[in-house]
Design a protein around this ligand. Structure first.
Ligand code: GCB
Length: 620
């Protein structure tokens, strides 16, 4: 699915701004024709979650309506008009001038409907979008059900550890396209000696026979090929001599334009390959480590709404730590995030919203499977051309009905959910691989979960909490357990391992000597210990700290003030002591990095972090 763009053939009108808003707890809005106007509207920002914009809406997850009016430019008259919603969590229904034009299930992914026939040219058009975010057991992700980890009460009752923010989270855009237009482009790059190859497949919206061109600029000479569309589809492979490759250290982007008589579309292209070899991940044939974070789209007031200044700041802070990667835990992030990753050289593990999948019975599993397959389709359609995306992740911490938390991974014998989960997850991995054989596929495993679920992953992604949920306060022992488990998993699979989560809740400003749990010193020692162990393991291809920043979670006895405080930065982005440990390992590798030291040089007891004076390069 192409991102809307403005050029000489295409138009777009961003409807971000203040919309009218009203909750509809009795579900009478449709009958009352609220799609024309809201009886008791109050203003709300789009994009943005509704939960933090008004105090009384904090825990409201039911149906609500958004309405706004807009003229459509007269110059669009001969074109086809579409309305696109970047993300509506969880279920969105779109109405234009009183007519229902379509609905979409699942947050975090865009959807668009053609509205050409409904547009009024001589009056304002009424756009209405109803959004509903109830927590239901058969949704992905699920809520209002018991899980094997459901031993403590939480409110709202999610199966996952982040606040279920609701609303229109990304821009609503009107756009127009020529009658015959380029509907899709797929770019796959390869390297052949010093040449780069760029294979381009373009598809029109109708099965036409047409002529077009594809050109690539940014190299010494532009490279160009003809596109002969048959049945609406054309393919060409461009060869780029002395290609300037895209990488995390040098994110070089070319500009690729597909043009026909009636249309044109331009996108940024990075020439790179991604593969695995034994315990290594290879970017352009060279070993690369994915150092960075699990993150969340989360901030005060905007909730999960696109927040562009925050986006820019977060990239700056990640770079400051020396990170070169992150995972879009636990759902696809905005398209603007992915564009920024291309530009700034971040290696992305791109994840669908399948967090805490359950396999309690065949019936519910089948409903969830349908949704997960749709999410994979939509995610790959959206993100397939980003050089930054190196891996598709089809699930975070799928769970059997019986967990072995506190032991190394394994499955409880006789639990039918293990086999059911295996089939389910194998299906997702195979589906992603089939849609995009040019990237790696993975899923992220939970501590104590079944080993066999990792079988078809290219990379083993492990979330582990030795020294926090297990052996908390006993870092010496925890580091031994971690090392033993890592070695065991390597022996079993002989595939690269990324620790996609490890972290310790830390109350910013709390200090202790000794370094007890929740202090900044404990988090710093915990992170140092993990990075030191990983530095001794050649098969560890990445370390992603949980979490980049403190984030809104559900209320429970586990989450102080409703926050998960495992952030390296606070929710307002001030660094905790552990941020300086990351810099020491990632941004200044010539210094005390354990990765530079011979095996065994680091004791298992991590040294306390030293915090440089605030003026010494602290982010502001
Ligand atoms: C996990 C989950 C993540 C949680 C984290 C925690 O394993 O994947 O969503 O936030 O643990 O902090 O408990």
């Amino acid at each position: 699915m192409l991102y809307p763009q403005q050029n000489d053939h295409r138009n777009k009108l961003d409807l971000s701004g203040i919309w009218d808003f009203q909750t509809d707890p009795d579900h009478t809005g449709e009958q009352g024709q609220w799609f024309n106007a809201l009886p008791q509207a109050r203003p709300i920002a789009v994009p943005g979650s509704w939960n933090e914009q008004y105090e009384d809406l904090f825990n409201y997850l039911d149906l609500a309506w958004y309405v706004r009016r807009t003229y459509v430019p007269a110059s669009w008259k001969d074109q086809r008009i579409f309305l696109r919603v970047g993300s509506a969590n969880y279920h969105g229904t779109v109405y234009v001038n009183g007519a229902k034009v379509g609905e979409h299930e699942g947050g975090h992914l865009p959807f668009a409907f053609e509205i050409s026939e409904l547009v009024k040219w001589d009056a304002a058009n009424v756009i209405a979008i109803s959004v509903e975010n109830e927590l239901k057991p058969t949704r992905v992700p699920a809520g209002n059900m018991t899980t094997a980890l459901g031993g403590f009460a939480s409110f709202p009752r999610t199966t996952f550890d982040f606040f279920p923010f609701a609303g229109i989270h990304r821009p609503v855009v009107l756009y127009s396209l020529p009658q015959t237009h380029i509907e899709d482009i797929t770019v796959v790059t390869d390297i052949n000696g010093t040449d780069g190859t760029v294979k381009v497949t373009a598809r029109l919206n109708e099965p036409a026979t047409a002529q077009g061109t594809v050109s690539l600029t940014g190299g010494a000479e532009p490279v160009r090929a003809d596109l002969a569309f048959q049945n609406g589809e054309a393919t060409a492979t461009l060869t780029v001599p002395q290609a300037h490759l895209w990488s995390d250290k040098d994110p070089y982007l070319y500009e690729l334009t597909v043009a026909t008589d009636s249309d044109r579309y331009t996108l940024q292209v990075g020439i790179r390959t991604i593969a695995v070899d034994g315990g290594q991940i290879l970017l352009n044939g060279q070993p690369v480590h994915l150092n960075g974070f699990g993150r969340h789209e989360d901030f005060i007031a905007s909730g999960k709404g696109l927040n562009l200044p925050l986006l820019v700041k977060d990239y700056q802070l990640m770079r400051w730590t020396g990170a070169n990667s992150y995972r879009t835990s636990h759902y696809p992030y905005s398209e603007e995030e992915m564009q920024m990753a291309d530009r700034q050289g971040f290696l992305i593990i791109d994840e669908i919203p399948a967090v805490s999948l359950q396999f309690e019975n065949d019936e519910n599993a089948a409903i969830r499977l349908r949704q997960c397959l749709q999410q994979i389709d939509e995610l790959i359609a959206r993100d397939k051309n980003h050089p930054s995306v190196v891996m598709w992740c089809v699930a975070n911490e799928p769970m059997p009905s019986v967990m072995n938390l506190g032991t190394v991974s394994g499955s409880a014998s006789g639990d039918p959910s293990v086999q059911r989960g295996k089939q389910f997850l194998d299906t997702l991995l195979a589906h992603a691989r089939e849609l995009d054989p040019s990237r790696l596929v993975t899923l992220v495993t939970v501590m104590g979960g079944p080993q066999e679920w990792m079988e078809h992953c290219d990379v083993i992604c492990m979330n582990r909490y030795w020294g926090w949920y297990v052996q908390g306060g006993e870092l010496d022992k925890a580091m031994v357990s971690l090392e033993q488990e890592l070695d065991g998993v390597w022996e079993m699979w002989h595939k690269p391992i990324i620790m996609t989560e490890f972290g310790a809740d830390t109350m910013a400003g709390m200090h202790g000597h000794p370094d007890v749990m929740w202090t900044e010193e404990y988090q710093a020692a915990y992170i140092r210990g993990h990075l030191a162990v990983a530095g001794r393991k050649e098969y560890v291809a990445g370390m992603q700290v949980w979490n980049f920043a403190d984030f809104a979670a559900v209320q429970s006895i586990m989450r102080v003030g409703g926050l998960n405080m495992k952030g390296i930065f606070t929710r307002i982005r001030t660094p905790k002591m552990a941020a300086y440990v990351l810099r020491e390992f990632w941004a200044q590798p010539a210094s005390a990095s354990a990765a530079q030291q011979p095996a065994g040089a680091q004791t298992s007891r991590p040294a306390p972090a030293t915090v440089p004076a605030a003026s010494a390069g602290a982010p502001r």
